[in-house]
Design a protein around this ligand. Structure first.
Ligand code: ATP
Ligand code: MN
Length: 266
């Protein structure tokens, strides 16, 4: 009924020859034969019905918009597909997150970059599950296959993703009050993540938080660590500093980083 359409030129591979060179260079890095096979398999099995263009192309991953019909005659739902890149270089500096993680002692830490990206995708999937289950707003994880992660799209019904907090347009008359309440919201999220999920985000900033309608959403948790990781408190201090600095620049009268640390961990 809902014929499986792949709109993404990159999935078609060969047909993108005429496309802008830079664009192609980025996508070809990611959508190799294996990735295309995984996407086609997901389409054939009905997990995904259409794959759209890239929402974000980055060093470590590309994120694509997609549509699915989970109920045969129900409405479409928007999804996001994060495809981790199998480039070895960008994963080198990530070793410090994996080393010391008792959940990941597979011997894949070094050398095998395919295993490496699979590991990162797996880590993100499990962390998202845990965070979502704790009632913290984040994308609901839907499906994982090797280095391809399907999750809920944080965006509107047309498939437009919410902006990052960095780009959020908060300009109403009560902007000051909104910023203050967002700051308090984030303190609660960090505390809940630590106390309930037993996780430290470890890359928390205005770039990895999405914003809509006075709500914050946490994303990008592949590097998040358990709070018994030997360096978790160091990562937590970094998260607190980065987010604190951001809110201070926005004019919020924040707590001291020390006070936030005590609030989160106590
Ligand atoms: P890189 O470091 O290579 O840029 P990344 O690891 O930072 O990639 P993410 O932060 O998870 O990847 O995602 C990149 C961007 O894609 C985000 O900044 C956000 O704008 C968008 N994005 C990711 N997941 C979702 C989602 N579930 N819904 C809407 N937008 C998303
Ligand atoms: Mn990110």
């Amino acid at each position: 009924k809902h014929a499986a359409k792949i709109r993404l030129d990159d999935v078609k591979g060969e047909q993108s020859r005429e496309k802008d060179k830079a664009d192609r260079a980025t996508s070809e890095q990611v959508l190799d034969q294996r990735t295309r096979m995984i996407l086609l398999q997901m389409i054939n099995r009905g997990f995904v019905s259409e794959v759209h263009g890239a929402i974000s192309t980055g060093k470590e991953a590309n994120v694509y918009g997609a549509v699915a019909y989970p109920d045969l005659d129900g409405p479409p739902v928007q999804r996001a597909i994060k495809v981790y890149k199998t480039a070895i270089l960008s994963f080198k500096d990530r070793e410090r997150y994996i080393t010391g993680e008792h959940r990941f002692k597979s011997g894949a830490e070094k050398g095998n970059s395919r295993k490496m990206v699979k590991l990162w995708a797996e880590k993100e999937f499990r962390n998202l599950r845990r965070i979502h289950a704790a009632g913290i707003k984040c994308p609901e994880p839907i499906q994982l296959k090797l280095h391809v992660l399907v999750m809920e799209l944080l965006g509107d019904r047309k498939g437009y993703a919410y902006p990052r907090l960095r780009d959020a347009a908060i300009s109403s008359e009560d902007a000051e009050e909104v910023w203050r309440s967002l700051y308090i919201q984030l303190l609660g999220i960090m505390r809940r993540m630590y106390q309930v999920c037993k996780l430290v985000h470890a890359d928390l900033s205005e770039y990895n938080i999405l914003y809509n309608d006075r709500q914050l959403y946490i994303i990008d948790v592949s590097q998040s660590v358990e709070h018994d990781h030997p360096r978790s408190l160091e990562f937590l201090r970094m998260d607190i500093k980065n987010t604190g600095d951001f809110f201070r620049r926005e004019g919020v009268d924040t707590l001291s980083d020390r006070a936030v640390f005590d609030f989160v961990t106590a």
